[in-house]
Design a protein around this ligand. Sequence first.
Ligand SMILES: [Zn+2]
Length: 137
Amino acid sequence: MSDSYQRPLPILTDENRHFWQGGRDGHLLLLRCRDCRYWVHTPQPRCTNCLSEALTSEPVSGKAEVETFTINIKPWGKGMKVPYVIAVVALPEQPGLRVTTNIVDIDPEAVYIGMAVEVRFEQDEDVWLPMFAPVAN
Ligand SMILES: [Zn+2]
């Protein structure tokens, strides 16, 4: 039995596989409606704008802005490294298009609302978790 923390991983379905495995090819893939071109996240069977079922996955730029965040200081599992940042980031592709993620590669105390971040992927078994880090200058 290892002392390193094994985070709970998402259960892959036909509906969400693109999101969790797009990082294998370096892409953050979200669902997009083929009828009205609306981006749909989190994964669901219908377009939240026009109710069409014609959804397909497409890559977004991977750029985002920290909309809100919290710093978790409690180790919820044995070996879990704290503190870390849980954040909601806003994507520029569409107003209200948001992803819940972790902000990495920065001191948690240095994260601020409005910070420009970009995606990077952390592979864990068969998923590529989309994390966001400050944009390199
Ligand atoms: Zn639509």
